[in-house]
Design a protein around this ligand. Structure first.
Ligand code: SF4
Ligand code: SF4
Length: 522
C-alpha cells in the first residue's frame, strides 16, 4: 500500500477532517532568520506526519469552490454532459423487438418481470447476469484505481456529477466564490433572499427532472410522460419522483462533499487497494517546497538559498469542491477531480514557472525525484494485469453465456400436501406444478415428456393428449405457462422416492430443457 495512503487510512477520516490544521506530509519548517540576519533554509522531511488525534467528525465548514478553467475542468464538463445526457434521454431510445414486445431500449418491466437492455432480455431466473455485471463493475473500479486512483470519484460518480451541476447553477445565480462569501457574511437582504430562492428553485427543478427520468426506466417512457402530465400515472410513479427529488436536492445541493467524506465507503476501500505506482493528483512537494510568496522566494533565491515553486496563493484550495489543501498530501476527502491541477497550472503560467506543480503523479516518482532519479511510470504491473485478466474472463463468460442462452426453460414443484394420493385401485398419484418458459419472441409448441417411471400414466389438467398419447403444450411469445401435471402409477412404486425427469422439447427446433423431481409413495 502506498505510504501516503497508508497514513491517510490509518488516521481515517480524522486526519482528513483536520485538513486545515494538520501538518503537511512534507513537514516543512518555515525559513528562519537567525540573529546575524542570515536566512536558514527550511528542511523538508517527506511524510513526517505527527498529528494529534482528531475527532472522527468535525463540524462542517461551508465551502465556496471557485470556478476554474483548464484541461481537467473541460474533461469534467464533457463527462458531465455525456453521463447526464445518457441518464435523461436513454428511456426515450427505441429498440424494435418485434410485435407485442416493448420497444423501449432499456426497460425494467416489473409487472412482467423482465429486464430489457437493447438486444438483451433477462428473466428473473437469470438474475446471475446482474451478479456478473456487479463483479465486472467491481474489477473495473479496482483497475481504474490501480492505474489512476479515484477516477470514478472525481469524474463519474453520480454524487460528483450532480454536485458539479448544482454548484454551477449556484455560481450562475449567486456569483463566484468571492461574491458568495461576501454576500453570506452580510445580513440577509431582499436581493440575497431572491437569489437564494431562485437557486433553490432551479435545484429543485433539476432534482425533479432527475426523479422524473428515473421512473421512465420502469414503463414505456413516452406513455408515462403523458400519464404523468395528465395525472393518470400510478401513485407509485409520483411517490418515486418525490423521493428522488428530495434525495437529489439534499445530496447534491446541500450535503455535497459530506457524502464523499462521511457517507461513502469507497475512499476507505480504495485506500486499501492502491499502491505507490498508482497515479494520483499529487502536490510535487519536492519541487514546491519551501513554499512562499513570489517576493519571498525570489529573496531566498537571490541569497542562493533553496526556494520552492509554490507561491502559497491558495488557488488550489479555493477551487477544491471538498475544501482540501492537496499540499498536505493525499487525503480521504480528496476526490481526485484534478481541478487543483488546473488552478495551479494557471498560477504557474502567470508567474512564469513550468506547469505541473500539482499533477497526476505517483508516490514512487516523488520519492525518486527527491533522490535525483528519473521518474518511472509503470501501469503494467501484477495487479493491473490481474484485474484486466479478470475483467476479460468475466466479460467473456458473460458474453458466451448470453450467446448460448437457452430460450426454453422448465421448472417443477411437487405438491407438498398431500405428497401422494392412494387411489381406489391401490395405485399412487403424485401431483406437480410445472412451469414452461418460452423466451423467444414467437409462440412455440413444446412436447412434454415425463421419464423415470415405467408404466406411469401422465395427465395434464385441462389438456388432451394428441393421437400418439403425447402432450403438446402451446406457450405464447416471451411468456410462461403453468400446468398441473398428474403422474399415476397403478402398482406399488419401486421405492418411496423414485427420481423423475420432466423434459420439454420445442417441436420445430428441437431445443429442449429438463427439470428433476421425485415420485413419492408409501
Ligand atoms: S484536492 Fe484537488 S483533486 Fe482533490 S478534490 Fe480538491 S481539487 Fe479535486
Ligand atoms: S495553486 Fe499551486 S502555487 Fe498556489 S498554493 Fe496551490 S500549489 Fe501553491
Amino acid at each position: 500500500m502506498s505510504t501516503r495512503w497508508a497514513e491517510a487510512r490509518s488516521k481515517a477520516t480524522a486526519v482528513a477532517r483536520s485538513a486545515h490544521t494538520a501538518s503537511p506530509p512534507c513537514a516543512r519548517s518555515e525559513p528562519q532568520t537567525v540573529e546575524r540576519g542570515e536566512v536558514v533554509a527550511p528542511s523538508i522531511t517527506p511524510f513526517a506526519v505527527e498529528e494529534p488525534e482528531a475527532p472522527l467528525y468535525a463540524a462542517r465548514r461551508h465551502i465556496y469552490p471557485q470556478s476554474v478553467h483548464g484541461r481537467f475542468r473541460t474533461i469534467k464538463w464533457v463527462v458531465l454532459a455525456i453521463t447526464l445526457g445518457i441518464y435523461y434521454l436513454l428511456p426515450f431510445v427505441r429498440w424494435d423487438r418485434g410485435p407485442g414486445a416493448p420497444s423501449q431500449a432499456v426497460l425494467v418491466d416489473l409487472p412482467n418481470r423482465r429486464f430489457y437492455f437493447f438486444f438483451v432480455e433477462l428473466w428473473p431466473q437469470e438474475v446471475y447476469y446482474f451478479t456478473g455485471l456487479l463483479v465486472l463493475a467491481a474489477f473495473t473500479l479496482f483497475l481504474m484505481n490501480a492505474v489512476a486512483g479515484r477516477v470514478w470519484c472525481g469524474y463519474l460518480c453520480p454524487q460528483t456529477v450532480w454536485t458539479d451541476l448544482f454548484m454551477q447553477v449556484e455560481r450562475l445565480i449567486e456569483g463566484d466564490r468571492r461574491e458568495r462569501m461576501q454576500r453570506d457574511a452580510q445580513p440577509m437582504t431582499l436581493n440575497t433572499l431572491a437569489l437564494k430562492a431562485t437557486k433553490h428553485f432551479f435545484w429543485l427543478m433539476i432534482a425533479w427532472w432527475t426523479g422524473g427520468a428515473w421512473v421512465l426506466y420502469f414503463a414505456d417512457a413516452p406513455t408515462l410522460v403523458k400519464d404523468l402530465a395528465s395525472g393518470q400515472a400510478p401513485f407509485l410513479a409520483y411517490a418515486w419522483i418525490g423521493i428522488l427529488t428530495v434525495t437529489t436536492y439534499f445530496l447534491a445541493g446541500n450535503l455535497r462533499e459530506q457524502v464523499c467524506i462521511y457517507m461513502c465507503p469507497w475512499p476507505r476501500i480504495q485506500a486499501a487497494l492502491t499502491d505507490e505506482h498508482a497515479l494520483n493528483v499529487s502536490y510535487r512537494y519536492d519541487r514546491g517546497e519551501p513554499r512562499g510568496s513570489v517576493k519571498k522566494n525570489a529573496a531566498l533565491r537571490a541569497r542562493g538559498l533553496p526556494a520552492g515553486d509554490c507561491v502559497d496563493c491558495f488557488q488550489c484550495v479555493n477551487v477544491c469542491p471538498t475544501g482540501v489543501d492537496i499540499r498536505k498530501g493525499l487525503q480521504l476527502d480528496c476526490i481526485q477531480c484534478g481541478l487543483c491541477i488546473d488552478a495551479c497550472d494557471a498560477v504557474m503560467k502567470k508567474v512564469g514557472l513550468p506547469t505541473g506543480l500539482i499533477a497526476y503523479d505517483t508516490d514512487i516518482n516523488i520519492q525518486r525525484r527527491s533522490e535525483g532519479k528519473p521518474a518511472v511510470f509503470n501501469p503494467v504491473r501484477a495487479r493491473t494485469v490481474l484485474y484486466a485478466a479478470l475483467i476479460v474472463a468475466v466479460g467473456a463468460i458473460m458474453l458466451y453465456s448470453l450467446a448460448a442462452r437457452a430460450t426454453v426453460g422448465i421448472g417443477v414443484i411437487h405438491d407438498r400436501n398431500p405428497i401422494y394420493v392412494t387411489m381406489a385401485d391401490g395405485g399412487i398419484r403424485n401431483a406437480y406444478t410445472v412451469r414452461l418458459l418460452n423466451k423467444a419472441q414467437e409462440a412455440r409448441a413444446f412436447l412434454l415428456i415425463v421419464e423415470g417411471l415405467l408404466a406411469a400414466e401422465v395427465d395434464v389438467v385441462g389438456s388432451a393428449p394428441n393421437p400418439e398419447g403425447q402432450f403438446v403444450i402451446d406457450v405464447g411469445a416471451d411468456q410462461t405457462r403453468e400446468l398441473r401435471v398428474l403422474v399415476t402409477l397403478h402398482r406399488k412404486p419401486p421405492s418411496p422416492s423414485t427420481p423423475l425427469t420432466f423434459r420439454i422439447v420445442e417441436m420445430r427446433s428441437g431445443e429442449h430443457a429438463k427439470a428433476s423431481d421425485h415420485f413419492r409413495g408409501p
